[in-house]
Design a protein around this ligand. Sequence first.
Ligand SMILES: [Zn+2]
Length: 648
Amino acid sequence: MFHSLAWLSFAQQQKQLRYPLGYFQFPINPNQRNYLAGGMGDLRPNHFHAGIDIKTQGREGLPVYCAADGYVSEVRVQTKGYGNVIFVTHPNGFVTVYGHLQSFGEPLGAYVRKNRIAQQTFTITLKPQIDQFKVKRGDIIGISGNTGGSGGPHLHFEIRDTKNNILNPLNFGFSEIKDELPPIFQSLLIKPLSINSRVANDFSMRTYYPVRQKDGTYTLGGNVNAIGDIGLELLAVDKMSGTQNSNGLTCVELLVDGQEQYYSNLEQFPSEVSHDINVHDDFGIEQLQGKRVQKLFQDDGNEELPIYRSSRSKGKLHIEDGKTHQVSIRIWDAYENNATLNFTIIGKKESYNTTMAISAAPLTIRYEIAENTLVLKAQHLKTPTSVATLVVNNESVVVPITFSKQNTAIYLWDLRKGLPQTITIDGITKPFSFLKTCFPNQTNEVKTESLQFISNTRAIYDTLYLTGLSSGKNFSIGQADIPLRKEVSITFKPTEAILFPEKTSVYRVLNTEREFLASKWQNNSVLFSTEKLGNFTLLTDSIPPRISLVKKNKDGFSFKIYDNLSGLKRVKATVNGQYVLMDYDYKRNLIWSLKENENQVFEGNLSIDVEDNQGNTFTYQTTIEKATPVVVRPKKVEIPKKKHRKKK
Ligand SMILES: [Zn+2]
């Protein structure tokens, strides 16, 4: 392990240069023990977590302190993502970010409200002038909350350098966070990467469960048999002292026979390439099972994430017959607590069973695409050695059984040799839905009677064996487990009459979820863009959002708001025709009024216009009576005026 130890001391030197220790103060409960609900680089949907999530005792309303002198360079109100967020730029060029705030401190809050009212908008991004909102280290700049895409009250805190690299805040020497616990191995997945590879005598991904030994290291409790090109994938989490949360890892290293084959480090990354997480982790497993599994190899198309140390193999292992390899995987958290998994891979060319027991039951054929290989699985063959006849480029190709396993005959076909049109086994012919082989570094265009697909250069990460099928209002294009770098354009012409096209849009269907996609109709076809492939359907939404009163009085009003399908797009509230600023929390389906200033009272005709993404609108009208003399004042969150100081 000389390799990694030597590197760590180098890393420590680098850290001292890059991170001005002590420059920033902790933004929540400074000088007290704090805990994290999320860590830097955690694997999240479509992005690496760009900072730390600091726990706020399970509640909102804690003062948020500015980490160092500077000025507010950006402030945003977002319904998703960061929610209410402040960006502070410091004299050294670094930027700190404070997300999911319940409210902004004054006078920043008044500035945001004024601009939101002027633009009549929920969401806003403002970039104040350099001297407009100067802040000092320790100033209370906001109140912690749960706005935007947060799953519970906490403060999201980021530190960025002058080049917009996200840095791990834990490298800045905060004494408020402690961690003595090492990360934990959960499972190791090994999969064949080419047509002649096998893992445990099979052509499919296999899961192994690491076992922790008395000395703290992990083993697999047995050897791995494999042959050919294989890739390893890892499910592991970090635990921190004093909290139950599972966070991500900082570094992962794969060594084979003492040689480093793969190394990733998430202590910093540029925010622009965060979307490439979809090639860093196993996108298919993330989409279909919700688990975030990290590949221990740099996959094709994973070219822009600067978090890897280069190696010749990029982590893809080649295992030869008769060879034995010692494999070590080391994982680190931000405090350099680490854990090691050791196991042996034995290169073993097995003899495969290439015959099947015959069956009178009807033939079934399933297929899947794994990298460049088409995996055909047939059951109930009529002869022990029934072949598969593929028609490729209008020519017949005979493929014998590659191997058989558990009453299933498996035939493998290298898709680089061509896309098959049909398969025939025992005289029964079934069609494939392949459309075209698409390549990443070019524009790809495919057109059939009902579907059109256009991907611009670099929209796809890797060679894409595009499939497409349609029936009535439903269609599929590509597979849900393939990530895209950029959006692709799709046109679909349904074979079923659409009664209300102006109320009908495309929805992506995955498991039980339906995601609205903005769609445009042209000549009985629907056009849309998507960053995800898979199954789609056309759905008609002619029902406006539903709105129900929670409370109304002179100090404000709030409503529950729901939409049945396409989702809420716009809410506009007026009292006596005057625009009223509203906040919206999608997690609680709640909208509520904000006062422009302390003295504002709401009296008279209240009108709320709502619109969904399909353009269905509804106007709710009521009156707010003049206030009666007895009014119970609602609780208000006061922003403490004094600066927080540690008691001497
Ligand atoms: Zn966060």
